[in-house]
Design a protein around this ligand. Structure first.
Ligand SMILES: Nc1ncnc2c1ncn2[C@@H]1O[C@H](COP(=O)(O)OP(=O)(O)OP(=O)(O)O)[C@@H](O)[C@H]1O
Ligand SMILES: [Mg+2]
Length: 238
């Protein structure tokens, strides 16, 4: 079976500094794949490159059978690749409903958009209850739900989540992880970047460990969860 996303020898630099130094991985339809790794390993850079916000220095990205070679970001969204960025980036002055609708700005199927809006409110009831409030009044965890809901509003083939649990309380984090599990069970394909390696590997089909711009270890979520070096470096065991 061919992959939905194929990344081959991807290299990305900021000026002379190479932040991603030739990584390869793939995501098949229906899978949850996670990238874990230390701060500055190049995870966010990888996602930003996949969504067309950064131009690669080299390598190949193929999404849904099409090469992404300098394809503009809005085209990539239209092709079905959505990104919930690190730090959320919601629009605080717009209402929750308006933020969600922005995620669907490229869609013309009004009925489908309305259905997906209802689906987002089912997934995150708090967003439905507060749909007319300014998004800036939401708590950090609720804003994270909004960012995920907004990314889902483009009805993506692949949803990329950059640290969805960042800064959240354990309960909120659990709620976000449960939602990712629910999305997975509904067949959503997800590329997940997480600091919380335990949580990410527990629900991922495949995982890749990044260190200073390279993938140093790959395996199933289960394998990596039990790997001694991963346990030492990322799960706080000695
Ligand atoms: N705009 C930028 N200009 C210059 N260097 C940058 C820029 N953004 C990131 N970098 C550098 O690129 C490297 C990779 O950063 P990146 O944000 O991709 O890491 P990350 O794996 O997402 O880390 P974290 O877990 O802390 O979010 C780091 O060394 C970082 O300092
Ligand atoms: Mg990051």
């Amino acid at each position: 079976m061919t992959a939905l996303l194929e990344v081959e020898d991807l290299r990305v630099a900021y000026g002379k500094i190479e932040a991603v130094k030739g990584i390869s991985f793939s995501v098949r339809a229906g899978q949850v794949v996670t990238l874990i790794g230390t701060n500055g390993a190049g995870k966010t850079t990888t996602l930003r490159t996949l969504s067309g916000l950064l131009k690669p220095l080299g390598g190949r990205i193929t999404f849904d059978g099409q090469p992404l070679n300098g394809t503009p970001a809005h085209r990539i969204v239209a092709m079905g690749l959505a990104h919930s960025p690190e730090g959320r980036r919601i629009f605080p002055r717009l209402t929750i409903a308006e933020n969600l609708q922005l995620g669907a700005f490229l869609r013309k199927d009004t009925d489908g958009v309305d259905k997906d809006l209802q689906r987002a409110y089912e997934l995150f009831p708090i967003l439905g209850e507060r749909r007319k409030q300014a998004a800036g009044t939401l708590s950090g965890g609720e804003q994270q739900m909004l960012a995920m809901g907004r990314a889902l509003m483009s009805r993506p083939k692949l949803l990329m989540l950059d640290e969805p649990s960042m800064g959240l309380s354990p309960i909120m984090m659990q709620k976000i992880m449960e939602t990712i599990t629910e999305l997975k069970s509904q067949g959503t394909t997800i590329l997940l970047v997480e600091q919380n390696a335990q949580a990410a590997l527990s629900l991922a089909d495949q995982g890749h460990v990044m260190e200073i711009g390279k993938i140093v270890l790959s395996g199933t979520g289960e394998d990596l969860l039990h790997d001694e070096s991963v346990r030492k470096a990322y799960l706080g065991e000695d």
